[in-house]
Design a protein around this ligand. Structure first.
Ligand code: C2E
Ligand code: MG
Ligand code: MG
Ligand code: MG
Length: 289
């Protein structure tokens, strides 16, 4: 599907009759409808352990199949969901659905769920998470919550209390998109992260001559290791990027080089076929290189 099934398909409207504000209001309404009528779906992208090339888990990623516009990217509708408060309902649905899917998978597999800063600011988040886990009967250690640096912009004591509460629920915590925001080493001191996810903007271009990205990734990995945290390199697309990420010592990799986000069914079948489909991925590509 197109990366952004939006604007481009409005060609049958006179552009001046269809303002951005109107488009947005209509999308809002349609999103509300999608939430109420099962129009959202979770896809799962494999997270691969670098050393073994085994799938250790999946990141759950929202998908919205719009009746007319086709696929709409979460990058476009999550902000709308946040502005309208719909994120609370969507976020809870995502947690419950991910836990239910996780319950069907082998116990050595984890799932990571993205948590918006607005969900993180909701004092009932720990009980929502507890309830999703209990309902699906999965071990809290199998659930990882991905949180971005922006949560640190809110009140310090509330933020720290939320981290403690989530840790006592027993879930794992990952710092998402590391390096893109107001990255402060203080965050790593304050919050009990199990993993740092290195943003794909560092991976992109890292293999170009003269790029500083590799040095930055290497330093993040050293820091994470010293703190006892894992690292996932996000958005690895090419063999050269994968080789570099290996050399730099990232413990995990996520990216199109292995697999795009998959439906829950396709994700499950990737697991039963044993290891990741490296035969179709890096190795065969390497052989034909
Ligand atoms: P994210 O959490 O950083 O997720 C990683 C994004 O990178 C995903 O985009 C994924 O499809 C994409 N990606 C993975 N590998 C590659 C690659 O090799 N190349 C490229 N170009 N991209 C790759 P996606 O699915 O469009 O999601 C975008 C963002 O939307 C996510 O970024 C996350 O911030 C947000 N999002 C998605 N699902 C949820 C959700 O359930 N809740 C919340 N609050 N946010 C979500
Ligand atoms: Mg994420
Ligand atoms: Mg990310
Ligand atoms: Mg992101």
């Amino acid at each position: 599907a197109a990366k952004d099934g939006g604007r481009g398909r409005y060609h049958f409207y006179a552009p001046d009759l269809h303002s951005d504000a109107e488009e947005r209001r209509q999308l809002e309404e349609e999103l509300r409808d999608a939430v109420a009528n099962g129009g959202l779906e979770l896809y799962y992208q494999p997270v691969v352990q670098t050393a073994t090339e085994r799938i250790t888990g999946f990141e759950a990623l929202l998908r919205w199949h719009h009746p007319e516009q086709g696929f709409i990217s979460p990058a476009k509708f999550i902000p709308i969901a946040e502005d309208t408060g719909l994120i609370a309902t969507i976020g809870e649905w995502a947690l419950r659905t991910a836990c239910q899917d996780l319950a069907k998978w082998p116990t050595n597999v984890r799932v990571a769920v993205n948590v918006s800063p607005l969900q993180f600011a909701n004092p009932s988040l720990p009980s929502i998470v507890t309830s999703a886990l209990a309902h699906a009967q999965v071990d809290p250690q199998r659930l990882e919550l991905e949180i971005t640096e922006s949560v640190f912009l809110n009140d310090d004591s509330d933020t720290e209390a939320m981290f403690r509460a989530l840790k006592s629920v027993g879930v794992r915590l990952a710092l998402d998109d590391f390096g893109t925001g107001y990255s402060s080493l203080g965050y790593l001191k304050k919050a009990p992260f199990d993993k740092i996810k290195i943003d794909q903007s560092f991976v992109r271009g890292a293999t170009q001559p003269g790029s500083r990205n590799g040095a930055i990734i290497g330093s993040i990995v050293s820091l994470a290791e010293a703190l006892g945290m894992e690292t996932t390199a996000e958005g690895v697309e090419t063999l050269d990027e994968l080789d570099l990420i290996r050399v730099l010592g990232c413990s995990h990799v996520q990216g199109y080089i292995y697999e795009r986000p998959l439906s829950a069914e396709a994700a499950a079948s990737r697991l039963t076929s044993g290891l990741i489909a490296v035969a179709q991925g890096p190795r065969s590509a390497r052989a034909s290189r």
